[in-house]
Design a protein around this ligand. Structure first.
Ligand code: ADP
Ligand code: MG
Length: 249
């Protein structure tokens, strides 16, 4: 069973250009062993928040914490490969398979954090093939030849190779067939039920809120509301309506 790790952003400011923060003092806590869902209009900073958690973007202010029971470690300044060593897996938004490489080799790329443990890497990849038979049948095929949905599953599987305690997933169902999307949400619940911490960014509110333990609502790089979907209730409806009328998502 993975260790029950939580992650948190504490007053994180991040920008791509010095004068314009994308995250503007963002604080949020993703509790251990739960599914946290980050929602918000287009451009509100959801993907940026995940990139900061994954270590691909360094915050200019604030802290990123990895929390293990009562002890916490600041991981704001560490490089991404260290994050995966710490147990954080990341599935970025959009397409991220290496199309010319085989399915198996894509999974081997995911084994980088445990590359010194070759036997363990081979065993985990085999377990992932057992878990996702659709990938097993295509292990030698070029990843680019898979359907969009199969590629999303491959991206998730690749993030799982080091057996992360925390899994960050950005828009897993964007552009995939409904049946694959349903599988993806079931899979996120299964990962949670195994004791992992899941942080999900999603534009598709209905399925995301259905599996959410905690919801964080982002607006202009700040968290304007947090709680269970039930706690947010009417607030959430009002927010979503306001985004729709503003032309956001
Ligand atoms: P979301 O995922 O909520 O749609 P993002 O975090 O992707 O939002 O983006 C937030 C803002 O940051 C947007 O205004 C976007 O244009 C800008 N942005 C995102 N990525 C980059 C980048 N690599 N360089 C410059 N600006 C970016
Ligand atoms: Mg995004």
């Amino acid at each position: 069973r993975p260790r029950g790790l939580a992650v948190a952003l504490d007053e994180v400011t991040a920008e791509y250009f010095a004068d314009q923060p994308i995250l503007d003092g963002l604080s949020l806590h993703a509790p251990a062993g739960k599914i946290s869902v980050i929602i918000g209009p287009n451009g509100s900073g959801k993907s940026t928040a995940l990139r900061v958690l994954a270590g691909f973007l360094r915050p200019s202010r604030g802290e990123v914490w990895l929390i293990d029971g009562s002890s916490r470690t600041s991981i704001g300044a560490g490089p991404p490969h260290l994050r995966s060593g710490l147990g954080i897996g990341y599935v970025p938004q959009g397409h991220s398979v290496f199309p010319a490489m085989s399915v198996y080799d894509n999974l081997l790329v995911g084994a980088w954090p445990i590359r010194r443990e070759r036997r363990r890497a081979r065993r985990t990849i085999q377990e992932l093939f057992d878990r996702y038979p659709v990938l097993a049948g295509k292990r030698g095929a070029a990843a680019g030849s898979l359907s969009g949905g199969q590629q999303r599953i491959l991206e998730l599987a690749r993030a799982l190779v080091p057996d992360p305690a925390v899994v960050l997933v950005d828009e897993p169902s964007a552009g995939v067939a409904p049946a694959v999307a349903a599988t993806m949400y079931q899979e996120l619940e299964a990962l949670r039920d195994e004791g992992r911490t899941v942080v999900l960014v999603d534009q598709d509110l209905r399925p995301a809120l259905a599996i959410a333990d905690v919801v964080h609502v982002l607006q202009s790089g700040r968290c304007v509301s947090s709680g269970s979907s039930r706690e947010l209730g009417a607030d959430l409806d009002a927010l979503v309506r306001s985004w729709l009328s503003a032309g956001g998502d």
